[in-house]
Design a protein around this ligand. Structure first.
Ligand code: AMP
Length: 209
């Protein structure tokens, strides 16, 4: 099965995608993680994409599509959960050329919940697991429950960068919803409760796909 998890920053894409990966037994590919890995390794590509990522703007379509193509190759036959891509209609068209998608899960979350969630988000440096200082605390402060890795706050999770990411989402990414709705691939999930148990949302997604 080939699934896209779509939604604004802070809608829980990464959290649900990694849980779906376990339930469905197919890999989770996150273009945001690919970007952060290049930056962490300070590659030439990492230096190019860092300025976009740290200011909350989008990496150019051609650059991010090349990064995805390199990663997705082996998964085209066994399926995947793709998160963070496509983010523009042009990327959605590119993805159409690469492979046929079975379903697009569209996470609808109010801005108030997004800002609240992102400003309390922590992520593991080693395995990428996501926590929240209020709603999804690690057992030991600052340490990942799964691998013991160090937890960090993303540079783009600061209030002014969050606002810019939301603006970019409305302008460049929301039209992707219409692209997939017109193709009858869109599965809408509504989530207004900031303290919802992620497993409950994953149950809802499993019923829709
Ligand atoms: P994310 O973790 O999905 O929020 O992505 C972090 C950052 O990586 C974004 O703010 C963008 O700068 C960049 N990025 C990730 N995926 C894409 C994409 N599909 N198109 C453009 N930029 C992207």
């Amino acid at each position: 099965m080939k699934i896209v998890i779509f939604g604004p920053p802070g809608s829980g894409k990464g959290t649900y995608a990694s849980r779906l990966m376990k339930r469905l037994g197919i890999p989770h590919i996150s273009t945001g993680d690919l970007v952060r890995e290049e930056i962490r390794n300070q590659t030439a590509l990492g230096k190019t994409v860092e300025k976009y990522s740290s200011s909350g703007t989008l990496v150019p379509d051609e650059v991010i599509t090349e990064m995805l193509k390199k990663r997705i190759g082996p998964e085209l036959s066994r399926g995947f959960i793709l998160e963070g891509y496509p983010r523009t209609v042009s990327q959605a068209k590119e993805l159409n050329k690469i492979t046929k998608i079975d379903a697009v899960v569209n996470l609808n979350v109010p801005d108030s919940v997004i800002v609240d969630r992102l400003s309390a988000r922590l992520q593991c440096k080693a395995c990428g697991a996501i926590y929240n200082e209020r709603t999804l605390k690690p057992k030991v402060a600052g340490k990942c429950d799964k691998c013991g890795g160090e937890l960090f706050r993303r540079v783009d999770d600061q209030p002014e960068v969050i606002r810019e990411r939301l603006r970019v989402y409305r302008e460049a990414s929301e039209p992707v919803v219409d692209f997939y709705r017109a193709r009858s691939l869109l599965k809408d999930i509504r989530n207004e409760d900031p303290n919802v148990d992620p497993e409950q949302v994953v149950d809802q997604i499993m019923k829709l796909i």
